[in-house]
Ligand binder design. Structure first.
Ligand SMILES: CCCCCCCCCC/C=C\CC(=O)SCCNC(=O)CCNC(=O)[C@H](O)C(C)(C)COP(=O)(O)OP(=O)(O)OC[C@H]1O[C@@H](n2cnc3c(N)ncnc32)[C@H](O)[C@@H]1OP(=O)(O)O
Length: 279
């Protein structure tokens, strides 16, 4: 398979480390537990660009087909889980590339939210917008203190599509989800725990991964097929909706993102991020 030829396989202690040639993600399988840790490593902020999204897709597929016992999603950056979509993909976009970009984001969501293996996110840093989408696509979330998580799209003058809302709603009560989305609210770790956006707090990344592993281990005595089919039935309507509307969703996104007012807003937001980075 093409994917196999892109992978290098290394052994670290009892763990197998698979990394893509471009190294935007690594997959490390713990030989004792059979759990795969998928790490995003795109400096400086794990911005989800086309290449990172393609890598994520491939890694998730790899984990599914390797029959890993579970998937833990995390980041190699010590303070950022993911800064969400790379705004440079949406600002003054290239016509063909932006299509591939959005299609890849759809692929990642369908693969992660619909994954047949148990999934957990070790959120070891800030997790705005697309970062929050990834985390809420998993079944369990453990976050480190003093970071923020949320869908802040309205703060940027953009709108989170329905399937972003589906993931959010699979975690939060409707009233809290609706208000947070309308406000574009970012929750601190403590606030996220209080509303149920995350399940646990851990003091270190290692502890977060241990807690995620314990969650995945809680299914050890459950029939894997029964568990996977039950999970998929819970998520089927959300997944089917995007499957049915993929093309329309892409066209809506392209129309929206190309509006002059949206382009202006994204430009100003990028400038403000760059100014902040200089100070
Ligand atoms: C009706 C239905 C219609 C449907 C229409 C659909 C519309 C589109 C929907 C799109 C959905 C999702 C949107 C997103 O995910 S947008 C991204 C949102 N993300 C953010 O707002 C986060 C912004 N970043 C930050 O808050 C901070 O950077 C940070 C993550 C908290 C990290 O802080 P830091 O102090 O550690 O780092 P900082 O100095 O800020 O940044 C370092 C460099 O990285 C650049 N950068 C940061 N974030 C992004 C990003 N998301 N994209 C691109 N670049 C980013 C930043 O500019 C710095 O760059 P440089 O070093 O100055 O060059």
């Amino acid at each position: 398979m093409l994917r196999s030829s892109l992978l290098t396989l290394t052994r670290i202690g009892s763990n197998r480390l698979m990394s893509t040639a471009a190294k935007l993600t690594t997959v490390e399988v713990n030989d004792k537990t059979g759990i795969a840790t998928l790490t995003m490593c795109r400096p400086p902020v794990n911005g989800l660009n086309l290449e990172l999204l393609k890598d994520l897709s491939q890694s998730i597929d790899e984990i599914e087909s390797n029959k890993s016992r579970g998937l833990i999603l995390t980041s190699s950056n010590p303070t950022i889980f993911s800064a969400g979509l790379d705004i440079l993909e949406m600002y003054k976009p290239d016509k063909e590339r932006i299509r591939a970009f959005w299609t890849s984001l759809q692929d990642v969501w369908l693969a992660l939210y619909g994954s047949s293996v148990p999934t957990a996110a070790a959120i070891n840093g800030h997790s705005p917008a697309g970062g929050c989408l990834l985390a809420t696509s998993c079944e369990y979330r453990v976050m480190l203190p003093k970071f923020t998580i949320g869908l802040n799209e309205t703060q940027l003058g953009i709108v989170a599509p329905k399937w972003f809302m589906s993931s959010f709603l699979s975690v939060l009560p409707r009233r809290i989800a609706e208000r947070a989305l309308n406000q574009g609210r970012m929750f601190t770790t403590e606030e996220a725990l209080q509303v149920g956006l995350i399940d646990e707090v851990a003091n270190t990344k290692e502890e977060a991964i241990e807690k995620c592993s314990a969650f995945i281990g809680s299914f050890a005595k459950v029939n894997p097929l029964a568990r996977a089919l039950t999970k998929q039935q819970f998520r089927a309507a959300d997944l089917q909706q995007l499957e049915n509307e993929r093309v329309q969703d892409l066209e809506k996104f392209l129309f929206f993102v190309n509006q002059p007012a949206v382009q202006k807003g994204l430009g100003l937001y990028l400038e403000s991020l760059k100014k902040k980075a200089k100070n």
